[in-house]
Design a binder for this molecule. Structure first.
Ligand code: NIG
Ligand code: FE
Length: 417
Protein backbone atom coordinates (compact mmCIF):
# COMPACT_ATOMS: atom_id res chain seq x y z
CA UNK A 1 0.00 0.00 0.00
CA UNK A 2 1.35 3.46 -0.84
CA UNK A 3 -0.08 6.91 -0.27
CA UNK A 4 0.30 10.61 -0.98
CA UNK A 5 1.33 12.40 2.18
CA UNK A 6 2.57 15.80 3.25
CA UNK A 7 4.31 16.04 6.63
CA UNK A 8 4.85 19.60 7.78
CA UNK A 9 6.30 21.35 10.84
CA UNK A 10 8.80 18.53 11.18
CA UNK A 11 12.19 18.65 12.84
CA UNK A 12 14.02 16.65 10.21
CA UNK A 13 16.99 14.50 11.30
CA UNK A 14 18.57 12.35 8.58
CA UNK A 15 21.83 11.18 7.10
CA UNK A 16 22.25 12.14 3.47
CA UNK A 17 23.42 10.05 0.55
CA UNK A 18 22.84 7.04 -1.60
CA UNK A 19 25.65 4.86 -0.26
CA UNK A 20 27.07 3.89 3.14
CA UNK A 21 28.67 6.66 5.19
CA UNK A 22 32.09 5.71 6.47
CA UNK A 23 34.17 6.84 9.42
CA UNK A 24 33.63 10.34 10.75
CA UNK A 25 31.04 11.04 8.04
CA UNK A 26 28.67 8.78 9.96
CA UNK A 27 28.16 11.57 12.50
CA UNK A 28 27.11 14.21 9.95
CA UNK A 29 23.33 14.50 9.79
CA UNK A 30 21.09 16.96 8.03
CA UNK A 31 18.87 18.76 10.55
CA UNK A 32 16.10 21.13 9.57
CA UNK A 33 13.34 22.75 11.60
CA UNK A 34 9.92 23.63 10.16
CA UNK A 35 10.50 21.10 7.40
CA UNK A 36 8.08 19.55 4.97
CA UNK A 37 8.39 16.09 3.43
CA UNK A 38 6.11 15.23 0.55
CA UNK A 39 5.49 11.61 -0.48
CA UNK A 40 3.82 10.85 -3.80
CA UNK A 41 2.78 7.27 -4.58
CA UNK A 42 5.01 6.09 -1.76
CA UNK A 43 8.15 7.92 -2.98
CA UNK A 44 9.60 11.12 -1.47
CA UNK A 45 9.10 14.00 -3.92
CA UNK A 46 9.98 17.05 -1.81
CA UNK A 47 12.15 17.69 1.25
CA UNK A 48 12.66 21.27 2.38
CA UNK A 49 11.24 24.20 4.28
CA UNK A 50 7.49 24.40 4.90
CA UNK A 51 5.86 25.84 1.80
CA UNK A 52 3.35 28.07 3.48
CA UNK A 53 -0.26 28.29 2.37
CA UNK A 54 -1.70 26.03 -0.26
CA UNK A 55 -1.98 28.77 -2.88
CA UNK A 56 -1.64 26.55 -5.94
CA UNK A 57 -3.76 23.71 -4.61
CA UNK A 58 -0.91 21.21 -4.39
CA UNK A 59 -2.25 19.90 -1.10
CA UNK A 60 -5.20 18.32 -2.83
CA UNK A 61 -5.00 14.56 -3.08
CA UNK A 62 -2.56 14.31 -0.15
CA UNK A 63 -3.00 13.35 3.47
CA UNK A 64 -1.66 16.09 5.72
CA UNK A 65 0.25 15.44 8.90
CA UNK A 66 1.30 18.16 11.30
CA UNK A 67 4.41 16.88 13.06
CA UNK A 68 4.20 19.79 15.57
CA UNK A 69 7.97 20.07 15.83
CA UNK A 70 8.56 16.40 16.53
CA UNK A 71 11.68 14.73 15.15
CA UNK A 72 11.18 12.91 11.85
CA UNK A 73 13.86 10.37 10.90
CA UNK A 74 14.24 7.73 8.19
CA UNK A 75 12.60 4.39 9.03
CA UNK A 76 14.96 2.09 10.90
CA UNK A 77 16.58 -0.76 8.98
CA UNK A 78 17.22 -3.89 11.05
CA UNK A 79 19.70 -5.59 8.75
CA UNK A 80 20.37 -8.81 10.72
CA UNK A 81 17.66 -10.98 12.27
CA UNK A 82 16.50 -14.58 12.44
CA UNK A 83 12.80 -13.85 13.03
CA UNK A 84 11.25 -16.94 11.36
CA UNK A 85 11.55 -20.00 13.60
CA UNK A 86 9.57 -22.55 15.58
CA UNK A 87 9.59 -23.08 19.35
CA UNK A 88 11.57 -21.19 21.96
CA UNK A 89 14.65 -21.76 24.14
CA UNK A 90 13.79 -20.17 27.48
CA UNK A 91 15.22 -23.15 29.36
CA UNK A 92 18.56 -22.72 27.62
CA UNK A 93 18.62 -19.07 28.67
CA UNK A 94 18.28 -20.29 32.25
CA UNK A 95 21.26 -22.64 31.76
CA UNK A 96 23.32 -19.74 30.49
CA UNK A 97 22.38 -17.66 33.53
CA UNK A 98 23.76 -20.50 35.64
CA UNK A 99 27.09 -20.42 33.80
CA UNK A 100 26.89 -22.64 30.69
CA UNK A 101 28.34 -21.04 27.58
CA UNK A 102 26.50 -20.68 24.25
CA UNK A 103 28.96 -23.04 22.56
CA UNK A 104 28.77 -25.64 25.40
CA UNK A 105 25.01 -25.86 24.89
CA UNK A 106 25.44 -26.07 21.11
CA UNK A 107 28.06 -28.85 21.45
CA UNK A 108 25.76 -31.02 23.54
CA UNK A 109 23.03 -30.84 20.90
CA UNK A 110 21.04 -27.83 22.12
CA UNK A 111 21.23 -24.36 20.69
CA UNK A 112 20.54 -24.01 16.98
CA UNK A 113 19.83 -27.78 16.69
CA UNK A 114 16.99 -27.44 19.15
CA UNK A 115 15.33 -24.69 17.10
CA UNK A 116 15.91 -26.76 13.94
CA UNK A 117 13.88 -29.57 15.51
CA UNK A 118 11.06 -27.23 16.46
CA UNK A 119 11.07 -25.49 13.07
CA UNK A 120 10.96 -28.77 11.16
CA UNK A 121 7.94 -29.74 13.26
CA UNK A 122 6.09 -26.49 12.46
CA UNK A 123 3.57 -25.80 9.73
CA UNK A 124 3.72 -22.85 7.36
CA UNK A 125 0.86 -21.04 9.11
CA UNK A 126 2.39 -21.49 12.56
CA UNK A 127 5.71 -20.05 11.39
CA UNK A 128 3.99 -17.22 9.52
CA UNK A 129 1.76 -16.19 12.43
CA UNK A 130 4.68 -16.21 14.85
CA UNK A 131 6.87 -14.19 12.46
CA UNK A 132 4.09 -11.71 11.72
CA UNK A 133 3.82 -10.94 15.42
CA UNK A 134 7.51 -9.96 15.45
CA UNK A 135 6.96 -7.69 12.45
CA UNK A 136 4.20 -5.81 14.28
CA UNK A 137 6.45 -5.27 17.28
CA UNK A 138 9.29 -4.10 15.04
CA UNK A 139 7.04 -1.62 13.25
CA UNK A 140 6.04 -0.09 16.59
CA UNK A 141 9.72 0.58 17.28
CA UNK A 142 10.15 2.33 13.93
CA UNK A 143 11.50 -0.49 11.77
CA UNK A 144 10.43 -0.22 8.12
CA UNK A 145 12.83 -2.79 6.58
CA UNK A 146 14.11 -5.99 8.16
CA UNK A 147 16.46 -8.69 6.97
CA UNK A 148 15.49 -12.25 7.89
CA UNK A 149 17.53 -15.41 7.64
CA UNK A 150 16.70 -19.05 7.07
CA UNK A 151 18.99 -21.50 8.86
CA UNK A 152 16.62 -23.37 11.15
CA UNK A 153 15.82 -26.04 8.57
CA UNK A 154 19.22 -27.32 7.45
CA UNK A 155 17.39 -29.50 4.93
CA UNK A 156 15.96 -28.53 1.58
CA UNK A 157 12.26 -28.53 2.49
CA UNK A 158 12.52 -26.57 5.74
CA UNK A 159 15.02 -24.01 4.45
CA UNK A 160 12.61 -23.32 1.57
CA UNK A 161 9.69 -23.19 3.99
CA UNK A 162 11.31 -20.45 6.09
CA UNK A 163 12.09 -18.43 2.97
CA UNK A 164 8.54 -18.92 1.67
CA UNK A 165 7.14 -17.60 4.94
CA UNK A 166 9.16 -14.43 4.37
CA UNK A 167 7.99 -14.19 0.78
CA UNK A 168 4.39 -14.56 1.84
CA UNK A 169 4.74 -11.82 4.49
CA UNK A 170 6.46 -9.60 1.94
CA UNK A 171 3.60 -10.03 -0.52
CA UNK A 172 1.04 -8.85 2.04
CA UNK A 173 -0.73 -5.75 0.67
CA UNK A 174 -0.88 -4.10 4.09
CA UNK A 175 2.63 -4.93 5.27
CA UNK A 176 4.33 -2.38 7.47
CA UNK A 177 7.83 -3.78 7.12
CA UNK A 178 9.72 -4.79 3.97
CA UNK A 179 11.59 -8.08 4.31
CA UNK A 180 14.96 -8.87 2.74
CA UNK A 181 15.51 -12.65 2.81
CA UNK A 182 18.91 -14.28 3.37
CA UNK A 183 19.77 -17.95 2.90
CA UNK A 184 21.65 -19.26 5.95
CA UNK A 185 21.71 -23.00 5.29
CA UNK A 186 25.27 -22.87 6.67
CA UNK A 187 24.07 -21.99 10.17
CA UNK A 188 25.06 -25.32 11.74
CA UNK A 189 25.85 -28.84 10.58
CA UNK A 190 22.70 -30.99 10.86
CA UNK A 191 22.79 -34.31 12.66
CA UNK A 192 22.52 -36.26 9.43
CA UNK A 193 25.90 -34.77 8.38
CA UNK A 194 27.58 -35.13 11.79
CA UNK A 195 31.37 -35.07 11.31
CA UNK A 196 30.98 -34.47 7.56
CA UNK A 197 30.92 -30.71 7.32
CA UNK A 198 32.49 -30.65 3.84
CA UNK A 199 29.81 -32.99 2.53
CA UNK A 200 27.15 -30.68 3.99
CA UNK A 201 28.74 -27.69 2.27
CA UNK A 202 28.64 -29.68 -1.00
CA UNK A 203 24.97 -30.46 -0.39
CA UNK A 204 24.18 -26.77 0.13
CA UNK A 205 26.11 -25.69 -2.96
CA UNK A 206 24.77 -28.35 -5.31
CA UNK A 207 21.31 -29.19 -4.03
CA UNK A 208 19.91 -26.29 -2.05
CA UNK A 209 21.33 -22.98 -3.28
CA UNK A 210 20.41 -23.56 -6.95
CA UNK A 211 16.78 -24.15 -5.92
CA UNK A 212 16.73 -21.07 -3.67
CA UNK A 213 18.14 -19.05 -6.57
CA UNK A 214 15.82 -20.47 -9.18
CA UNK A 215 12.79 -19.62 -7.05
CA UNK A 216 14.24 -16.17 -6.19
CA UNK A 217 13.72 -16.90 -2.50
CA UNK A 218 16.80 -15.13 -1.13
CA UNK A 219 18.91 -12.15 -2.02
CA UNK A 220 21.87 -12.88 0.24
CA UNK A 221 23.81 -15.93 1.38
CA UNK A 222 25.28 -15.96 4.89
CA UNK A 223 27.43 -18.43 6.88
CA UNK A 224 28.19 -18.97 10.58
CA UNK A 225 31.97 -18.82 10.18
CA UNK A 226 33.10 -19.97 13.61
CA UNK A 227 35.45 -22.41 15.31
CA UNK A 228 33.74 -25.78 15.42
CA UNK A 229 31.04 -24.74 12.94
CA UNK A 230 32.20 -23.63 9.44
CA UNK A 231 35.93 -22.96 9.04
CA UNK A 232 37.46 -20.14 7.02
CA UNK A 233 38.18 -22.56 4.15
CA UNK A 234 34.63 -23.97 4.17
CA UNK A 235 33.08 -20.51 4.45
CA UNK A 236 35.19 -19.23 1.57
CA UNK A 237 34.14 -22.15 -0.64
CA UNK A 238 30.45 -21.68 0.16
CA UNK A 239 30.47 -17.92 -0.32
CA UNK A 240 32.42 -18.07 -3.58
CA UNK A 241 29.84 -20.50 -4.95
CA UNK A 242 27.06 -18.22 -3.68
CA UNK A 243 28.57 -15.25 -5.44
CA UNK A 244 28.84 -17.21 -8.71
CA UNK A 245 25.10 -17.91 -8.41
CA UNK A 246 24.34 -14.22 -7.94
CA UNK A 247 23.74 -13.97 -4.19
CA UNK A 248 25.08 -11.01 -2.22
CA UNK A 249 27.32 -12.35 0.52
CA UNK A 250 27.38 -11.88 4.29
CA UNK A 251 29.16 -13.58 7.19
CA UNK A 252 28.64 -14.18 10.89
CA UNK A 253 32.26 -13.33 11.61
CA UNK A 254 34.50 -13.46 14.69
CA UNK A 255 31.50 -13.77 17.02
CA UNK A 256 32.83 -16.23 19.61
CA UNK A 257 36.57 -16.51 18.85
CA UNK A 258 38.94 -14.53 16.60
CA UNK A 259 39.05 -16.71 13.50
CA UNK A 260 39.87 -14.26 10.72
CA UNK A 261 36.27 -13.73 9.60
CA UNK A 262 36.79 -9.99 9.11
CA UNK A 263 39.79 -10.71 6.87
CA UNK A 264 37.75 -13.22 4.87
CA UNK A 265 34.92 -10.71 4.45
CA UNK A 266 37.41 -8.17 3.09
CA UNK A 267 39.05 -10.73 0.79
CA UNK A 268 35.67 -11.66 -0.69
CA UNK A 269 34.42 -8.05 -0.65
CA UNK A 270 31.31 -9.23 1.20
CA UNK A 271 28.43 -6.77 1.52
CA UNK A 272 28.68 -7.04 5.30
CA UNK A 273 30.41 -8.90 8.10
CA UNK A 274 28.33 -9.19 11.23
CA UNK A 275 29.02 -9.52 15.00
CA UNK A 276 32.82 -8.93 14.88
CA UNK A 277 33.21 -9.06 18.68
CA UNK A 278 36.69 -10.48 18.25
CA UNK A 279 37.69 -8.93 14.91
CA UNK A 280 41.41 -8.13 14.65
CA UNK A 281 42.66 -4.60 14.05
CA UNK A 282 44.10 -5.70 10.71
CA UNK A 283 40.73 -7.20 9.74
CA UNK A 284 38.97 -3.98 10.65
CA UNK A 285 41.35 -1.93 8.48
CA UNK A 286 40.86 -4.31 5.57
CA UNK A 287 37.08 -4.06 5.90
CA UNK A 288 37.31 -0.27 5.78
CA UNK A 289 39.47 -0.45 2.63
CA UNK A 290 37.17 -2.89 0.87
CA UNK A 291 33.90 -1.16 1.83
CA UNK A 292 32.52 -4.09 3.81
CA UNK A 293 29.79 -2.84 6.15
CA UNK A 294 30.58 -3.79 9.77
CA UNK A 295 27.21 -4.80 11.23
CA UNK A 296 27.33 -4.71 15.02
CA UNK A 297 24.80 -6.48 17.21
CA UNK A 298 25.19 -5.16 20.77
CA UNK A 299 22.10 -6.95 22.10
CA UNK A 300 23.83 -10.29 21.46
CA UNK A 301 26.98 -9.28 23.31
CA UNK A 302 24.75 -8.07 26.16
CA UNK A 303 22.71 -11.28 26.27
CA UNK A 304 25.80 -13.53 26.08
CA UNK A 305 27.77 -11.41 28.57
CA UNK A 306 30.49 -11.00 25.97
CA UNK A 307 32.64 -7.92 25.42
CA UNK A 308 31.11 -5.49 22.92
CA UNK A 309 32.50 -5.09 19.41
CA UNK A 310 34.94 -2.20 18.99
CA UNK A 311 32.46 0.17 17.37
CA UNK A 312 34.35 3.38 18.13
CA UNK A 313 37.64 1.95 16.82
CA UNK A 314 35.91 0.68 13.67
CA UNK A 315 34.48 4.10 12.88
CA UNK A 316 37.82 5.76 13.65
CA UNK A 317 39.47 3.27 11.27
CA UNK A 318 37.12 4.46 8.52
CA UNK A 319 34.57 1.62 8.51
CA UNK A 320 30.91 1.96 7.67
CA UNK A 321 29.21 0.62 10.79
CA UNK A 322 25.59 -0.60 10.82
CA UNK A 323 23.62 -1.64 13.89
CA UNK A 324 21.06 -4.44 14.00
CA UNK A 325 19.27 -6.52 16.63
CA UNK A 326 20.09 -10.17 15.70
CA UNK A 327 16.63 -11.17 17.01
CA UNK A 328 16.74 -14.98 17.33
CA UNK A 329 15.49 -17.58 19.83
CA UNK A 330 18.94 -18.42 21.24
CA UNK A 331 21.82 -15.99 21.57
CA UNK A 332 19.59 -12.90 21.57
CA UNK A 333 15.85 -13.10 22.07
CA UNK A 334 15.29 -9.40 21.61
CA UNK A 335 14.49 -7.11 18.71
CA UNK A 336 14.67 -3.99 20.83
CA UNK A 337 15.67 -0.95 18.77
CA UNK A 338 15.69 1.34 21.85
CA UNK A 339 18.11 -0.93 23.70
CA UNK A 340 20.28 -1.30 20.60
CA UNK A 341 20.63 2.49 20.48
CA UNK A 342 21.48 2.68 24.17
CA UNK A 343 24.07 -0.11 24.21
CA UNK A 344 25.75 1.17 21.04
CA UNK A 345 26.23 4.62 22.55
CA UNK A 346 26.96 3.63 26.15
CA UNK A 347 29.25 0.66 25.57
CA UNK A 348 30.51 0.91 21.99
CA UNK A 349 31.00 4.67 22.26
CA UNK A 350 29.07 5.69 19.17
CA UNK A 351 27.60 9.18 19.19
CA UNK A 352 23.81 9.38 18.90
CA UNK A 353 24.24 10.81 15.40
CA UNK A 354 26.47 7.88 14.36
CA UNK A 355 24.00 5.41 15.83
CA UNK A 356 21.21 6.98 13.78
CA UNK A 357 23.24 6.58 10.58
CA UNK A 358 24.07 3.01 11.61
CA UNK A 359 20.37 2.10 11.98
CA UNK A 360 19.23 3.87 8.82
CA UNK A 361 21.52 4.56 5.85
CA UNK A 362 24.25 2.07 6.78
CA UNK A 363 21.68 -0.62 7.58
CA UNK A 364 20.27 0.03 4.12
CA UNK A 365 23.78 -0.29 2.63
CA UNK A 366 24.21 -3.63 4.42
CA UNK A 367 21.20 -4.75 2.37
CA UNK A 368 22.36 -3.07 -0.88
CA UNK A 369 19.43 -0.66 -0.66
CA UNK A 370 21.10 2.65 0.17
CA UNK A 371 19.86 3.95 -3.17
CA UNK A 372 16.23 3.33 -2.14
CA UNK A 373 15.91 3.68 1.65
CA UNK A 374 17.83 4.82 4.73
CA UNK A 375 17.50 8.61 4.40
CA UNK A 376 14.83 11.22 3.81
CA UNK A 377 15.67 12.42 0.32
CA UNK A 378 13.87 12.91 -2.96
CA UNK A 379 13.64 9.62 -4.83
CA UNK A 380 13.72 7.37 -1.76
CA UNK A 381 10.83 5.38 -0.31
CA UNK A 382 8.52 7.30 2.01
CA UNK A 383 9.62 5.28 5.06
CA UNK A 384 9.96 7.39 8.19
CA UNK A 385 9.77 7.49 11.96
CA UNK A 386 8.12 10.27 13.96
CA UNK A 387 9.41 10.51 17.52
CA UNK A 388 7.22 11.69 20.38
CA UNK A 389 9.81 14.37 21.20
CA UNK A 390 11.64 17.24 19.52
CA UNK A 391 14.94 15.95 20.93
CA UNK A 392 16.47 13.03 19.05
CA UNK A 393 18.89 12.37 21.94
CA UNK A 394 15.95 10.64 23.62
CA UNK A 395 16.71 7.69 21.32
CA UNK A 396 19.56 6.81 23.69
CA UNK A 397 18.92 8.94 26.76
CA UNK A 398 15.50 7.35 27.38
CA UNK A 399 17.15 3.98 27.90
CA UNK A 400 15.36 0.99 26.48
CA UNK A 401 12.12 2.96 26.17
CA UNK A 402 10.28 3.39 22.90
CA UNK A 403 9.96 7.03 21.89
CA UNK A 404 8.46 6.33 18.45
CA UNK A 405 5.15 8.14 18.03
CA UNK A 406 4.33 6.88 14.52
CA UNK A 407 5.92 4.80 11.80
CA UNK A 408 5.38 5.83 8.19
CA UNK A 409 5.67 3.14 5.53
CA UNK A 410 5.44 4.18 1.89
CA UNK A 411 3.58 7.32 2.93
CA UNK A 412 1.07 5.45 5.13
CA UNK A 413 1.03 6.51 8.80
CA UNK A 414 0.80 3.89 11.53
CA UNK A 415 0.44 5.36 15.04
CA UNK A 416 2.50 3.47 17.62
CA UNK A 417 0.39 3.89 20.72
O1 NIG B 1 23.70 -14.56 15.20
N1 NIG B 1 25.55 -17.36 15.78
C1 NIG B 1 24.78 -17.82 15.00
N2 NIG B 1 23.54 -17.43 14.82
C2 NIG B 1 22.79 -16.63 15.70
C3 NIG B 1 22.27 -17.41 16.84
C4 NIG B 1 21.26 -18.38 16.43
C5 NIG B 1 20.67 -19.19 17.55
O2 NIG B 1 21.27 -19.33 18.62
O3 NIG B 1 19.58 -19.71 17.31
C6 NIG B 1 23.55 -15.39 16.07
O4 NIG B 1 24.01 -15.21 17.22
FE1 FE C 1 22.78 -13.81 13.66
Amino acid sequence: MTENLIIFNARLVTPVGFEARKGRDMGRLLMMDNATVEVTDGIITYVGPNRGEDRDGYWQGYWHYNARGRCVLPGFVDSHTHFVFGGERAEEFGWRLRGDSYMDIMRRGGGIASTVKATRASHFIQLRTHAEDFLKRMSRMGVTTVEGKSGYGLDLATELLQLKVMRSLNNDECKRVDIVPTFLGAHAVPEAYGGRTDAYVDFLIHEVMPVVKEQSLAEFCDVFCEEGVFSIVQSRRLLQAARMMGFGIKLHADEIVPLGGAELAAELEAVSADHLLHASDAGIRLMADRNVVATLLPLTAFALREPYAKGREMIDAGCAVALATDLNPGSCFSGSIPLTFALACIYMHLSVEEAITALTLNGAAALRRADRIGSIEVGKQGDMVVLDTDNYHFLTYYIGMNCVHATIKGGVIYPCD
